[in-house]
Ligand binder design. Structure first.
Ligand SMILES: [Fe+2]
Length: 382
């Protein structure tokens, strides 16, 4: 059986990666970049090094700063008009998942027919589109190197998950100096998202020996460095480790797939506009405990990568230890233990179950879940 490993053509990691990416852009046959970002990042000065590098090369650009969390179909349309009106011919996304996903979607509709809703699904994009640099500012979604984008269809209240290798940016940039200013809560949420990527890609039947080593290294780095970065955002060693960890997790899940944690977390995130990483972190121990009943052996290396001693434990015991260590890490970095504290009520769950069952990520789960089990997972995560 053939295994497809999907990666960006070039990844730049480390302090100075932004400047290096501009040198790469300058060598391309393109003239004017559309920078896709949000106002907050501009106010924080995160784009200063990029602007300075572009100015030093005399490279023309315009900034589209209207991206909001959980970008919508309408925002993609507005972004397309901006791209066309300004006669741009390449993209630079700067941000976490939202600006990068928004840029992926604008790039699709800029070089393919029809609205972005026509590309909701797997492998529907025909033309790859313009040269695209994705500069990551969180650690994170790994959006700077994955085939996925998540766009909210605000009319039908659905989070569309667009999956196509043609969405992978040409250049993925992880410069930890852009991440030092991230608040502790965002550091914690995005770090737990990356941990979820790593763990789901380890336990999925889609896992492969080409993906497992990077996922396990990601788990190890996150368990070691996430509490450090949450306590001290200026610790560059921790920031650099987490930037690479989330990229390593991306290298794994982008080819192996995800599972029920993401399938379930997309729903409260869509209806209550909650941070993706927080929803994942709350659901991860509950889904893992249930999955471990079916595939306990898959969780043993997770426990070990998180620093657990499994030498005297059978597979079930090692899986229980993994769940315990996930809970401990989540609590240590300040993630709420349940959805109730975020304003979720039991009545909210009914509308989520079928959408979670239909979510594109559900197919990768190691245990085939029933709607009753999904309802039970949501209830236990309250
Ligand atoms: Fe995620």
């Amino acid at each position: 059986m053939v295994f497809a490993l999907n990666l960006p053509k070039l990844s730049l990691s480390g302090v100075g990666a932004v400047e290096e990416s501009v040198a790469v852009l300058d060598a391309q046959p393109v003239k004017k970049a559309m920078i896709v970002t949000d106002k907050n990042l501009i106010e924080l000065g995160i784009l200063e090094s990029l602007y300075a590098a572009l100015d030093s090369k005399g490279f023309d650009y315009v900034t589209f700063d209207q991206v909001t969390p959980n970008p919508t179909v309408k925002l993609v349309d507005v972004g397309l008009k901006f791209y066309q009106d300004n006669h741009c011919d390449c993209f630079i996304a700067v941000g976490g998942g939202s600006p990068i996903d928004c840029a992926k979607a604008i790039r699709i509709v800029a070089s393919n027919d029809g609205p972005i809703t026509e590309y909701n699904g797997v492998g529907l994009v025909k033309n790859e589109g313009a040269f695209f640099i994705a500069i990551n500012t969180t650690a994170g979604t790994a959006a700077e190197m994955t085939s996925n984008s998540v766009i909210t269809d605000e009319v039908n209240h659905v989070k569309m998950v667009l999956v196509d290798t043609k969405q992978i940016p040409n250049v993925a940039v992880n410069d930890p100096s852009l991440m030092v200013g991230l608040p502790a809560s965002v550091t914690a949420a995005t770090g737990m998202d990356a941990l979820t990527h790593a763990i789901e890609s380890i336990v999925t039947p889609g896992a492969h020996r080409l993906t497992l080593p990077t996922a396990l290294e990601a788990v190890k780095l996150i368990a070691q460095w996430l509490p450090v970065a949450v306590k001290d955002g200026n610790n560059m060693e921790a920031r650099a480790a987490l930037a690479d960890a989330q990229f390593l997790a991306g290298m794994s899940f982008n080819s192996a797939g995800l599972g029920a944690v993401h399938a379930l977390s997309h729903q409260p995130s869509a209806t209550h506009n909650l941070p993706h990483g927080v929803c994942n972190a709350i659901l991860l121990p509950h889904v893992s405990a249930l999955n471990a009943q079916t595939a306990p052996v898959a969780y043993r290396p997770v426990a070990e990568a998180m620093g657990g001693d499994t030498s005297r434990l059978d597979d079930r015991g090692a899986a229980e230890l993994a769940v315990e260590l996930i809970r401990k890490l989540s609590s240590e970095v300040g993630i709420p233990s349940g959805f109730t504290s975020l304003g979720i009520e039991t009545a909210d769950i009914d509308g989520w179950v079928q959408k979670a069952m239909d979510d594109v990520c559900m197919g990768g789960n190691p245990r085939t879940l029933t709607p009753e089990e999904v309802y039970g997972l949501y209830t236990s995560a309250l």
